[in-house]
Design a protein around this ligand. Structure first.
Ligand SMILES: [Zn+2]
Length: 87
């Protein structure tokens, strides 16, 4: 068995023991990916999302605005502007 993998985590559980930390970490990472792939959305930090939005081609920006709403897209950009403005 290899610790630090999801299989390692499952093996711990099958053996009726608590998983070690590397296996818990691997399982948590795997679960995050599964939730992102299964669900409608995945978690992205707002400022990173704003940067991705602004650097996307226009056609993709329009698609994004349709998906989240123009007001959300505008709020993300405003938040990014505030974060980038020197105080
Ligand atoms: Zn382990």
């Amino acid at each position: 068995m290899t610790c630090g993998t999801r299989n390692g985590y499952d093996k711990h559980r099958r053996d009726g023991e608590e998983a070690c930390q590397p296996c818990k970490d691997a399982k948590a990472k795997w679960s995050r990916v599964q939730r992102a792939l299964r669900g409608r959305y995945c978690q992205v930090p707002p400022l990173l999302l704003a940067q991705l939005y602004l650097s996307a081609p226009i056609a993709l920006q329009l698609k994004f605005e349709l998906a989240v709403g123009e007001s959300v897209a505008a709020a993300l950009v405003q938040r990014l502007d505030q974060a980038e403005t020197p105080q």
